[in-house]
Design a protein around this ligand. Structure first.
Ligand code: ADP
Ligand code: MG
Length: 326
């Protein structure tokens, strides 16, 4: 199968609900915007060997790629509009064998049909559709990239640079589940924990919350590389400092249970990656209207740097603040 038949069979159905895609039959998509709205655009790429091993379910690889982009839209307070997909696969001597279920390497049609089925499910769940992309052969490992596009009322996107001394720091959901899930996948122990592993495999983009936070949050971002490092990003952008109280971090009961067995696992909620929760700051006069499923974990200071305190108010020194690629 050549790339044109691949586009026809696997990608066109994902574009059917978005007229601006021109059904992937032209050179580019056309995006129109209601008056008073602007575009918010983000891109994430994944590569086999770095972001996935290759033996994960193709549906899950696809959903996670789409969801990390949706999490960026959520962090900006945007509403999803459409996305663009780049697919880069090694050429196969016998192009796209029927089997290929096991790995994206020499991805067979079985693999691609499961990958696109995962996208189709999440398109319905999050109200987004495919608008275009590119399909190429590569001499590198299988790689995929999504560019997601959202809309926001002009001038009302949530930025990282608005935090002020005295603002409270909040997070959504629970922290550390995903890093603990990855830890359990790497060091399987009796029983594992399906909840934690699922939190790693399938993040929940907080789109509804992000939209609600417009007009409430003074700064906002999604936590992808570890809480402390990401608080540092808001502080650097806003020219402020922060104090985080470790005993205020929201933990799931599954996370609390295994952290109690090993104190070193506090690293997961403090600096583990892949939470995809929202991290935001709120001025004192808006704290009563913060949605109740969010937790206050600290305060912004007119200083610099991020300090983490334990339950006795002592400064904690972290071995690592968060994940870095380089
Ligand atoms: P070009 O020759 O300019 O690279 P293509 O012929 O590859 O364009 O693409 C034709 C159409 O198919 C375009 O509308 C493009 O956006 C779409 N397309 C190609 N690959 C993908 C993909 N992986 N996902 C979605 N749309 C795609
Ligand atoms: Mg073209």
């Amino acid at each position: 199968m050549n790339e044109f038949s691949l586009i026809d069979r696997y990608f066109k159905p994902l574009a059917a609900s978005f007229p601006g895609s021109l059904h992937l039959s032209d050179d580019a998509a056309i995006l129109s915007l209601p008056p008073g709205q602007e575009l918010v655009v983000t891109k994430d790429a994944i590569s086999q060997g770095v972001h996935f091993i290759g033996d994960e379910a193709p549906e899950l690889i696809a959903k996670k790629l789409l969801r990390v982009n949706l999490s960026d839209l959520a962090a900006m307070g945007a509403t999803p509009l459409c996305y663009f997909l780049a697919v880069m696969l090694p050429p196969h001597p016998n192009p796209l064998p029927q089997a290929g279920e096991g790995s994206a390497e020499g991805a067979g049609e079985g693999w691609l049909s499961r990958f696109t089925a995962g996208l189709a499910e999440d398109q319905t769940e999050f109200g987004i559709a495919l608008a275009g992309g590119d399909t190429i052969a590569t001499h590198g490992p299988p790689s995929f990239s999504i560019t997601a596009v959202g809309t926001v009322p002009t001038g009302h996107a949530l930025r990282r640079n608005g935090a002020k001394g005295g603002d409270s720091i909040y997070v959504s959901g629970t922290l550390g589940d995903s890093a603990l899930g990855l830890h359990l996948l790497r060091h399987p122990r009796a029983g594992g924990d399906p909840f934690l592993i699922n939190r790693y495999l399938l993040p929940q983009p907080r789109l509804t919350l992000g939209q609600k936070l417009r007009g409430i949050a003074s700064a906002c971002m999604d936590i992808s590389d570890g809480l402390v490092q990401d608080v540092g990003h808001i502080c650097a952008a806003s020219g402020v400092g922060a104090i985080i109280e470790r005993n205020k971090l929201p933990l799931s009961s599954a996370a609390r249970r295994i952290i109690e067995t090993d104190n070193a696992l506090w690293d997961a909620p403090l600096s583990g990656g892949d939470d995809y929760e929202l991290l935001f700051t709120v001025p004192p006069n808006k704290q009563q209207i913060v949605p109740s499923d969010c937790t206050c974990i600290g305060v912004i200071k007119n200083s610099s740097g991020v300090s983490v305190l334990d339950d006795k108010g002592q400064l904690i020194t972290l071995s690592q603040k968060g994940f870095r690629h380089f």
